[in-house]
Design a protein around this ligand. Structure first.
Ligand SMILES: [Ca+2]
Ligand SMILES: [Ca+2]
Length: 372
């Protein structure tokens, strides 16, 4: 075992938090879940971050010799695959980002401020296992979780065999356990696979992995402002992409957690755990699961103080320790991690991977291979 791994193990056994110690996590007592009292929350759903010293990641870049248009629906790879990489236009213009009524002040949800952005395109869906597999096979890319050899999984999702092998937990959020062999192909460890979940969002992908995928696709990650613009879909000052009621007409509109977290995911919304990327109605811009299901990486570095003056095409701070993620996940409840709201935000270090963290891509112009 390397000195770094021994340090990690020791830290976890001793109850030292290995999560990011950024602005919003100093008093964190739980993670994918924040608190019921928004003002005092400092957790940010940041989950478990990789220790900065764990630098096993290679700097290899993927090849870019296989443009994705070669892998159209009638190409020779994954012949029966229905592609889900299409994009919709998101109008530019001015909109209100953030809120003056934050649920989690420590997350930097405030203030409400005018932001002006250029029009852009956004993936309709979270990136699926099937789409990610095309990239992996063509670009010969190896994800960071595969290089590190582990990733964070919700303990309750593990088989009893895998659970028995796990001795560590993240002190501040003990439901997150680092599982050897957990990666995008094996979301719950080595005895799991994705063969019957190719239409589920890819998880256990780091920010670096997400950038590599989007770049290979001729796309990029959305900025936080673009993501929030896309989430709101023209609805200003609303909690959710569809309005203020969680369940309009008594219908769930997103995949979140029902039941006692983290023990009992009742799946009242139709899904215990992650769901296919095509589930749930789209928002008014045509985006599915823009909140809930899996958190989505954005391009921006994390900060919690924002200017209240008009920002034009903001891209976040020039550097930082953590990247912004948006939208909450299937693990969110109102009591724990009430972050399936468009203004909600959280953060992880760029090499962090977990079972509730995925992404979708954006693009300033529509890639050629997506044009009719
Ligand atoms: Ca659910
Ligand atoms: Ca999502």
């Amino acid at each position: 075992m390397s000195p770094i791994k021994i340090y990690l193990l020791t830290a976890l056994i001793l109850g030292m938090s290995t999560v990011s110690q950024g602005d919003s996590n100093e008093q964190c007592s739980n993670q994918e879940n924040g608190e019921t009292t928004g003002d005092k929350s400092t957790c940010g759903c940041a989950g478990a971050n990789r220790p900065k010293s764990d630098n096993a990641r290679s700097e290899e870049e993927p090849t870019n010799e296989h443009p994705t248009f070669k892998y159209s629906s009638d190409a020779n790879v994954l012949k029966n695959l229905v592609r889900t990489h299409r994009m919709v236009p998101i109008p530019g213009g001015r909109f209100i980002m953030g809120t003056n009524e934050p649920r989690f002040e420590a997350d930097g949800e405030m203030p409400a401020r005018w932001v002006e952005i250029d029009p852009f395109y956004m993936d309709v869906y979270e990136v699926s296992n099937a789409e990610f597999q095309i990239f992996i096979e063509a670009a010969k890319y190896v994800t960071e979780a595969e290089k590190f050899g582990d990733s964070f999984v919700l303990e309750g999702e593990l088989s009893s065999e895998t659970s028995a092998t796990v001795k560590q937990a993240v002190a501040a959020s003990p439901w997150w356990v680092p599982v050897k062999g957990a990666d995008w192909r094996h979301p719950e460890g080595v005895d799991s696979d994705i063969s019957d979940r190719m239409d589920h969002p890819v998880v256990h992908v780091s920010w670096n992995d997400a950038v590599a995928y989007c770049t290979w696709m001729g796309k990029r990650l959305p900025t936080e402002a673009e993501w929030e613009r896309a989430c709101r879909a023209g609805k200003e000052e609303r909690l959710f992409p569809w309005g203020n009621k969680l369940k309009p007409n008594n219908q769930f509109r997103a995949n979140i957690w029902q039941g006692e977290f983290p023990y009992d995911d009742t799946g009242e919304d139709g899904w215990a755990g992650r769901c296919p990327i095509t589930e749930f109605p789209p928002n008014d811009y045509g985006l599915h699961n823009i909140v809930g299901n899996v958190w989505e990486w954005t391009a921006d570095w994390w900060k919690v103080s924002h200017s209240s003056t008009l920002q034009v095409n903001p891209t976040g701070p020039p550097s930082g320790n953590d990247k912004v993620k948006k939208g909450g996940s299937y693990m969110c409840t109102k009591e724990y991690c009430y972050r399936y709201r468009c203004v909600a935000r959280s953060q992880n270090s760029p090499d962090t991977t977990a079972g509730n963290l995925g992404f979708r891509c954006a693009s300033s112009s529509l890639p050629e291979y997506l044009k009719e």
